[in-house]
Write a protein that binds this ligand. Structure first.
Ligand code: FE2
Ligand code: FE2
Length: 214
């Protein structure tokens, strides 16, 4: 399928929906079958969770779903090269761990190919890897959809799925806490955005689940 080049930047929901088939095809060509299955799962899950949490920006979140991992299979060096070519800002933690750039690069490529420049798509994609202290409710739903879509399997998935359908902030605090614990056991770089998000959720009185307090 051909993709549009340099179309007018979409603004309304109807415009965004019209972009979906082209963006889906573009992404399919860029990902392994396994990663594409994950991507389809994110689109399906974000649609369901957004309806459940009464978030209106479903067309933008579905587009974010298609786009978010489009550069996930790039090598670290290529992510840095693409980030430079697309004139993206690269923070020190991203230079140290270029995989953190995969959302920003995917967004930059989608902007280049489709002319897509929409604030809801942008923040959902940019914050899907680490979270961010200023996440919107739409961003939070997107982050959780990426984590709990049907093809995901990890030890605490059932609890994360249940919380994602109960309370966004509790689900997010639970998930960030578990992910930080996992990273601390490895020689992995930690993006302070995740820590700042956790601090903010705690400051707002979001409860930790009992097992995370002990
Ligand atoms: Fe990702
Ligand atoms: Fe993902």
């Amino acid at each position: 399928m051909s993709v549009p080049h340099s179309p007018a930047s979409p603004s309304g929901s109807a415009d965004l929906t019209a972009f979906e088939p082209s963006v889906r095809s573009w992404v399919r060509e860029r990902l392994s079958p396994l990663r594409f299955t994950h991507t389809e799962g994110v689109v399906e899950t974000v649609t369901r969770l957004a309806a459940y949490h009464r978030i209106a920006e479903v067309p933008a979140l579905r587009l974010a779903g298609w786009i978010h991992d489009a550069a996930r299979e790039y090598r670290a060096d290529d992510l840095l090269v693409e980030a430079r070519r697309l004139s993206l800002p690269v923070r020190p933690v991203e230079a140290q761990s270029p995989r953190l750039l995969h959302g920003a690069v995917a967004l930059g490529l989608a902007r280049e190919v489709f002319g897509l420049d929409h604030p809801v798509v942008t923040s959902a994609v940019l914050y899907h890897t680490t979270g961010h202290p200023d996440m919107s409710r739409a961003d939070k739903v997107f982050y959780l959809a990426d984590l709990v879509e049907p093809s995901r399997t990890f030890a605490w998935i059932d609890q994360a799925r249940a919380l994602a359908e109960a309370d966004l902030d509790t689900a997010l605090l639970f998930s960030i806490t578990r992910q930080l614990r996992r990273l601390l056991k490895k020689p992995a770089v930690i993006d302070t955005r995740a820590v700042e998000l956790r601090n903010r959720l705690l400051a707002e009185g979001t409860p930790l689940t009992p097992r995370d307090v002990s």
